[in-house]
Design a protein around this ligand. Structure first.
Ligand SMILES: [Cu+2]
Length: 589
């Protein structure tokens, strides 16, 4: 044990189960291997926690890699003391500083299917953010779901590149009205996002204070879980029970074909607050808890980082009960689980089968964890949420439900073979504003949509393809309004929403969502399918939010101030689909 290098000492926090695992490994392997992983069947432990202090959380991250025993390339962000992908806890209004270094060697390759070495992603010197030329080692960090600025050194992913051996500082200012809840961070370099995320370079971000919005969670012990995916060893043909990807929970694999679940301890009679990130690149999840085969009620507190009920009316949190929670790729769910009673023999946390469409992946039902009960708390592995300490803070999307949309747009997902005569040719993936020409993503593409700060827009998003796509909006959340033209009774504030596949006939499946550009964030950012294999192959586009006249007259230091002429020119070049608002039907509540 004394030979363990400091970077591993942090694992002491993981508790006795983790120590038991570590002691079984050769010390040499421990000391030299970055991105450690647990064996199948391990007991769930929380990711290490780092908390802000005095309004700032400063961490140093080094990007590391290795190849595991299955031939899969792993990636991780590691702090100076060896903590791997910690959970970053901040409060609304805090500053997150990440002193980041890409620790890969220049020859390291992510083995991505879509790597595009030497692609220049920064079109002009003014667009440069970090390195200019993409290599197979390039990386950056996206702060998924956070309502933070899309500028260089903040949550910018179009031009930011940090190549092997290079350093870069992130200074991410969280707004004071950030909803308290669960967010996450992951690499977002177009072309190699899928292998980087599947390699496991991701962690949770918790914006603190949810107990003040919904006191139902005060004093509960929490379980932060990140579910990731990766290649199935041997690459068996997906179908039936054979998944397209293996999954893991907090680095405990649940491998095909045994699907050995992780172990999740609970105290008898206990309620726990589960905070689950779908941190997979490509795998859609549908979470359920079953006791002796009977689905259990899950009390949903928050989705995609926004507490249920927090943006409407008095801003008080609500909860609703569900027996399963569809979790699009990159989505998050926060919910209360009640421990099984004494008569329950088999208590299982699982994901249900997903119908992804005739050309989609195979995401079959499989267990994630087995819930065990005892008479004591699993103190080493779970934090207890504090008591309610004050009223809810201001909320970023307050009033959006009753806001009047100024623009309506229609967008759609589609995909075609790159060679229509060759069914084995690669697929091109598109997200397109209706009426425009489908275009593969490039960092040098002009914005597909131009809007103005202060606007509120209703977007209808269609799926014209034979597989599910998962829409993600950067920088803001949207309000769910309609599904297939029918108003949604309990519309939530999301940054992810699934578009089910089109059968090939009849109307295209669609959702209608309300976009909120009333906030402070201006500039260029992206929207895309968060099945990262699709995003890497083109399914992403740029939106530009121009500052409002008010903002131009009182612009904050350091923010771009476009000339009147530039603003007029941009307005004159609005792409097709930029239609003026039509007379709107009164919205049904
Ligand atoms: Cu997709």
């Amino acid at each position: 044990m004394f030979l363990v290098k400091p970077r591993l000492a942090r694992f002491a926090l993981f508790g006795w189960f983790a120590w038991g695992f570590l002691l079984l490994l050769p010390v040499r392997a421990l000391a030299q291997q970055p991105c450690p992983r647990f064996p199948a069947g391990s007991t769930l432990t929380a990711p290490p926690d780092l908390f802000s202090d005095g309004g700032v959380l400063t961490v140093s991250f080094t990007y590391e890699t290795r190849v595991d025993q299955n031939g899969n390339t792993l990636f991780c962000f590691v702090t100076d003391d060896g903590t791997q992908n910690p959970t970053l806890h901040v409060r609304p209004g805090d500053l997150l500083v990440i002193n980041f270094k890409n620790g890969l060697s220049a020859s390291a390759a992510p083995r991505g299917k879509h790597a595009m070495p030497d692609m220049v992603v920064s079109g002009s010197p003014s667009d440069t953010c970090g390195a200019v030329t993409m290599t197979s080692t390039s990386v950056n960090i996206h702060y998924h779901g956070t309502n933070t600025s899309p500028t260089c050194h903040s949550d910018e992913v179009i031009h930011t590149l940090v190549n092997a051996g290079e350093s870069f500082q992130y200074r991410v200012q969280f707004p004071s009205d950030e909803p308290p809840g669960l967010y996450w961070y992951h690499p977002h370099v177009h072309g190699i996002a899928e292998p980087a995320v599947q390699g496991g370079a991701s962690g949770a971000i918790v914006v603190e204070g949810i107990e003040n919005v919904n006191p139902a969670v005060a004093g509960l012990r929490e379980r932060v879980m990140l579910i990731r995916d990766n290649n199935v060893p041997g690459n068996p043909t997906p179908g039936g029970a054979v998944p397209s990807w293996d999954i893991s929970v907090n680095y405990i694999p649940i491998p095909y074909p045994t699907f050995t679940p992780a172990v999740i301890p609970m105290r008898r009679g206990e309620q726990q607050f589960w905070r689950v990130v779908n941190a997979t690149a490509d795998t859609i999840l549908d979470l359920q808890v079953q006791y002796d085969g009977v689905p259990q009620p899950l009390q949903v507190i928050g989705l995609d980082g926004v507490p249920v009920g927090s943006q409407d009316g008095a801003g008080k949190g609500k909860l609703f009960t569900a027996t399963d929670i569809l979790l699009a790729t990159a989505a998050r769910a926060e919910f209360i689980v009640t421990a099984p009673g004494p008569g329950v023999k088999h208590a299982t946390f699982l994901t249900l089968n997903i119908d992804t469409g005739p050309i989609g992946d195979n995401d079959p039902q499989r267990p994630i964890g087995t819930i065990t009960t005892s008479g004591h708390d699993d103190r080493a592995a779970a934090r207890t949420l504090p008591a309610k300490s004050g009223p809810p803070g201001p909320q970023r999307f307050a009033g959006l439900r009753d806001a009047h949309p100024t623009v309506q747009r229609t967008l759609y997902f589609s995909e075609v073979l790159s060679d229509p005569n060759n069914p084995l040719s690669p697929t091109n993936f598109f997200i397109t504003v209706d009426g425009a020409t489908p275009t593969l993503f490039s960092a040098s593409n002009p914005p597909a949509i131009v809007t103005t700060q202060g606007s509120v827009e209703d977007w209808t998003i269609q799926n014209r393809a034979g597989e599910n796509h998962e829409f993600h909006m950067h920088q803001i959340h949207f309000l769910q309004l309609e599904q297939n033209g029918v108003p949604v009774a309990n519309g939530q504030y999301l940054d992810m929403i699934q578009l089910p596949y089109w059968t090939g006939s009849g109307p295209y499946p669609s959702v209608k969502v309300r976009m909120d550009f009333r906030g402070p964030d201006i500039g260029d950012f992206v929207y895309h399918c968060h099945i990262l294999g699709h995003e890497d192959n083109g399914m992403m586009a740029i939106i530009r939010v121009k500052p409002s006249d008010d903002a131009r007259n009182n612009h904050a230091p350091g923010q771009p101030q476009p000339s009147k002429a530039a603003a007029t020119a941009a307005a004159a070049k609005l792409p097709p689909g930029d239609l003026p608002a039509k007379a709107l039907q009164p919205r049904q509540e």
